[in-house]
Design a protein. Sequence first.
Length: 79
Amino acid sequence: MRSLTSGLWIDTEFIEIAERVHLPPEVRNHSVVRTLTCAANNIVCWANDIISLDKEVKRGDIHNLVLARAPGRARSASI
């Protein structure tokens, strides 16, 4: 769920435009490319959730993997 709230999926689509590269649908939709895209998205989201945890706790943001995975636990144990 977290990766769907990040906005990174649209960023990966814009890479082709920014880099002036066109991936044919059979490449873009290949299982390896989709798996790598998903993994990259997850890594960015997870790193962001760890780095921004204090700020998000202060403003009551619930879209944070650390908070979702360990409700009621100490932050150090959640990370």
